[in-house]
Design a protein around this ligand. Structure first.
Ligand SMILES: [Zn+2]
Length: 293
């Protein structure tokens, strides 16, 4: 993992992207340890190497075990076909090839950070330039795990509705299987900036849903509405569908069940049935929307 010192150097180098989540004034990193705004609102970098920019403490339904499970599923590469496609879509944009380095990317709703970390590595290989990542999530449990990573990334606990970042700070905002805040996205994006939004499609985890709910076609939510809402806010420049199947062994299935909110509402005996499986074919099914401000 990056040392606390290395992380502090990164925070310091990019301090101008931060703004106070309370009064929206600029913040500076003081004594290498606290972000302070002109109204003296103060947020300390903590020992784990991230900064908590929430204005009130908050408990989410997402606990440490869920994020550990998601990290394990990511480490097995089950999301890589999705993330590889995202990188190809981003790399074909002039924004990435023409911009002055470094490219600044925000992952809004980054969870335990695996998607951002993988995406940054791939983009650095493809774009051959400095790429700087910022991950934000409202769940401290996710950010704590993310901050163990080694990439050139800073991690923050924060609320997207009061995003602690200055206007026009980012070239790209990733929003992967997570709620959005489009007015804040607009504010934080550079004039040429782009949003990459990933939504689950109908067949996502259908085999697991078949066990947990004894049905496979229950739609997660209305995608039509989500897509229309996106198009009202951004100029849709690319839309791609990614669907693939993977074979999961017993321990992967266990992690998958713990990772997904799907298991929260399911009867306990059906969750046990899923956990008892030794092998399952699992469908991953997503749409990726790339939109320009
Ligand atoms: Zn302030």
């Amino acid at each position: 993992m990056l040392s606390r010192n290395e992380r502090t150097v990164l925070f310091s180098k990019y301090e101008d992207i931060f703004q106070c989540p309370i009064c929206r004034n600029a913040m500076t990193l003081v004594n290498q340890k606290s972000f302070i705004c002109s109204n003296n609102h103060c947020f300390d970098l903590n020992k784990k190497g991230y900064v908590n920019l929430l204005t009130h403490s908050l408990k989410t339904k997402y606990d440490k075990a869920m994020f550990e499970a998601r990290k394990a599923i990511s480490a097995k590469g089950f999301f890589e076909p999705l993330l590889d496609r995202i990188c190809v879509m981003m790399a074909s944009e002039q924004l990435l090839t023409d911009s002055q380095s470094p490219i600044k990317i925000l992952d809004a709703g980054c969870g335990e950070g695996s998607h951002l970390t993988y995406t940054l590595q791939k983009l650095i290989e493809k774009a051959d330039r400095e790429v700087f990542g910022v991950g934000i999530d409202i769940a401290k449990e996710g950010i704590t795990i993310a901050s163990r990573g080694v990439s050139d990334t800073v991690w923050c606990v924060g609320d997207l509705a009061k995003s602690p970042f200055s206007d026009k700070s980012f070239h790209f905002i990733l929003n992967i299987l997570s709620p959005a805040n489009y007015s804040e996205f607009h504010r934080m994006l550079d004039d040429e900036g782009m949003v990459v939004k990933v939504i689950p499609e109908r067949k996502y985890l259908q085999e697991l849903r078949a066990i947990l709910y004894k049905q496979s076609d229950r739609s997660i939510y209305s995608n039509e509405h989500t897509i229309e809402h996106f198009k009202r806010n951004f100029n849709l420049v690319d839309f791609q569908h990614v669907q693939y199947r993977v074979t999961m062994e017993h321990e992967d299935i266990e992690k998958l069940v713990h990772m997904t909110p799907l298991s929260w509402g399911a009867p306990a005996e059906l969750v046990q049935q899923a956990l008892a499986k030794n092998k399952l074919e699992i469908t991953f099914d997503f749409s990726i929307m790339l939109g320009r401000k």
